[in-house]
Ligand binder design. Structure first.
Ligand code: PAF
Length: 304
């Protein structure tokens, strides 16, 4: 596996390769785990050459202490990526990604407002800006992002459409530990008691999903069920728990059976919803989500 550190050298590689090979990009901030390696695996299925970037992007941290303690071990990450079959590691310096005097940022408007955007000022501007910079450095045909960061994925899809970027954005399913905890670089900050407590997120999502299967369609009731489950864990502090439209991320009032009416549903009603959670366990902020779907049997019953 080759490593490139300069943006100009990355662009030169891409200029040479992308005419004859399909290139995939897996953007990461390092501290890799099995979730990242699953993105590489998916990228390999979509392309001839896989580039993974490792760049801890300073502009997407709203707290200096969070940036300072973000885990960083390029040697370990490089070994994992090489074993996973990555062809090229792009590991730029912040001074190259953000030249002195840089003034240009990318803002995706409404999609950045709710959920994490409401709690982390400037976060999604930092994400959209660095992802566009990575796209312009690597010039991939396809880019793979994890669905755990659902809002990020939605925003990047929007940016790609809005800016005519000619990149296929592929979403990768959340990879979980055996007890359901979604894999995250931040999990390593949890001590043993916090690690046990952190399973409450997956349990809360499961409870809401069970309620939908049992016929619950009211978004507030689903949020209440998830919140009650989180409330059973004394170490958990809820930042948000919300049921939103899976594409617009705007609040939903109800889930509906797809075939229950010939008329288009109101904008706060949909047959699929995203339940999104951000929960602090001690000093560590965790996110998780699940798409809640009205069971097919329920739809068929209504349309029969
Ligand atoms: O998801 C991440 O790890 C980061 O937000 C990303 C996409 C690599 C941008 O820094």
């Amino acid at each position: 596996m080759r490593t490139i550190e300069q943006v100009s050298a990355m662009q030169a590689w891409s200029h040479e390769v992308r005419g004859r090979a399909r290139v995939a990009l897996v953007p990461t901030m390092g501290a890799l785990h099995a979730g990242h390696l699953s993105l590489v695996e998916i990228a390999r299925r979509h392309a001839d050459k896989v580039v993974a970037s490792v760049f801890v992007n300073p502009t997407q941290f709203d707290r200096a202490d969070d940036f300072a303690r973000y885990p960083c071990d390029l040697e370990r990450d490089g070994g994992l990526l090489a074993t996973a079959g990555v062809d090229l590691l792009f590991a730029p310096q912040a001074s190259d990604m953000y030249p002195v005097g840089a003034q240009t940022t990318v803002t995706v408007e409404q999609l950045a407002e709710p959920l994490c955007g409401a709690h982390r000022p400037g976060y999604f501007r930092g994400v959209a800006t660095v992802v566009l910079k990575l796209f312009l450095a690597v010039r991939p045909h396809v880019a793979v992002f994890g669905e755990k960061d659902y809002q990020q994925l939605a925003l990047i899809r929007r940016m790609v459409r809005d800016l005519h970027l000619e990149i296929d954005v592929v979403g990768a399913p959340i990879v979980r530990e055996e007890d359901g905890l979604a894999m995250s670089s931040r999990n390593r900050h949890l001590d043993a008691a916090e690690r046990a407590a952190a399973t409450c997120l997956a349990r809360a999502l499961a409870v809401a999903e069970e309620r939908v299967a049992a016929g619950e369609r009211d978004a507030a009731a689903l949020v209440a069920a998830a919140t009650a489950e989180l409330g059973r864990e004394p170490r958990a502090r809820i930042e948000y728990a919300a049921v939103v439209h899976p594409e617009t991320l705007s609040p939903l009032a109800r889930l509906c059976d797809r075939d229950s009416s010939a008329a288009a549903p109101a904008s706060d009603v949909a047959d699929r919803a995203l339940l999104a959670l951000a929960v602090w366990i001690g000093g560590t902020r965790l996110i998780d989500n699940r798409l809640l779907t009205v069971p097919a049997a329920s739809r068929e019953r209504r349309s029969a």
